[in-house]
Design a protein around this ligand. Structure first.
Ligand code: NAD
Length: 249
């Protein structure tokens, strides 16, 4: 199927690589006009710092100047600093909360009047980190920010409903993006072996995520708001044991 986002203007943050780059490609293939943005402009993205309100406001204005409307806001950009809670500096905590949670507030706030006008859609990116604790990855700030994103999604779904704005989140599990490869999937990291504990038996790819994003941003999801769709191969809902079962086969 194609053309599921035909005629829609979609703003996607963090389009320089990873899930954002894949989303841009897929949204265009589905007929959307995509206005991307990223801190990294080396791939030709518009400059955007999602932690900075003036930068967010300028990005939204550029999109309006170019396309006159916003139908979809896809809050994908994020950055994280992991540490054990007693080693986490306040600076790194704040860096993570700014990049992952302030960012969503700022883009939603600034896009809101335009989404009211179009009766548009917001898609936020949570994480299984916002739903579960982890014995393998010490990630207090990331868990707090992604849990915050999921809670914020529900509140904005309530505030958006009277205006016809739908607000949902997706929560990926372990997706083998450049960002993940730099830390959690680096050779020394214990998370590298995590695929063994994923019931579907492998890490996710960007292409596992984009169809869910297309669906939630399309009119096919017209009656879905406040949802958090987990995309994790069953990781967060099935107790470890997949490896043992494989060994017993
Ligand atoms: N990869 C995973 O396993 C995984 C799992 C769950 C959730 N997520 C979430 O998915 C989203 C995308 O992650 P990814 O794995 O593709 O990451 P990535 O690091 O590969 O790409 C993130 C992109 O966001 C951009 N970015 C970072 N800070 C920014 C800022 N302040 N302003 C604008 N752009 C900024 C980066 O330059 C980069 O292009 C993030 O919100 C992340 O938390 C990822």
């Amino acid at each position: 199927m194609s053309g599921r986002l035909q005629g829609k203007v979609a703003l996607i943050s963090g389009t320089a690589r990873g899930q954002g780059a894949a989303a841009r490609e897929r949204f265009v293939a589905e007929g959307a006009t995509v206005f991307g943005g990223d801190l990294n402009t080396s791939t030709g993205e518009a400059h955007l710092d999602v932690t900075d309100e003036a930068s967010v406001a300028a990005w939204i204005q550029r999109a309006i100047d170019a396309h006159d409307r916003i139908d979809i806001l896809y809050n994908n950009a994020g950055a994280v600093r992991f540490a054990a809670v007693d080693d986490q500096s306040l600076e790194d905590w704040r860096f993570t909360l700014a990049a992952e949670l302030d960012s969503v507030f700022l883009t939603c706030k600034r896009a809101w009047p335009h989404l009211k006008a179009s009766r548009g859609v917001i898609l936020n990116v949570g994480s299984t980190a916002g739903l579960t604790g982890s014995m393998t990855n010490q990630r207090a700030a990331h868990s707090a920010s992604k849990g915050g994103v999921i809670a914020l999604t529900r509140q904005l779904a309530a505030e958006g409903a009277p205006h016809g704005i739908r607000v949902n989140s997706i929560s990926p599990g372990m997706i083998a993006t450049p960002g993940a490869r730099e830390n959690l999937l680096a050779p020394h990291h214990p998370m590298r072996a995590i695929a063994d504990a994923i019931p579907l038996g492998r890490l996710g790819t960007e292409q596992d995520v984009t169809p869910a994003a297309v669906f939630l941003c399309s009119d096919e999801a017209a009656y879905i708001t406040g949802a958090n769709l987990v995309i994790d191969g069953g990781w967060s809902v099935v107790l470890p044991g997949a490896q043992q079962m494989k060994e017993n086969e």
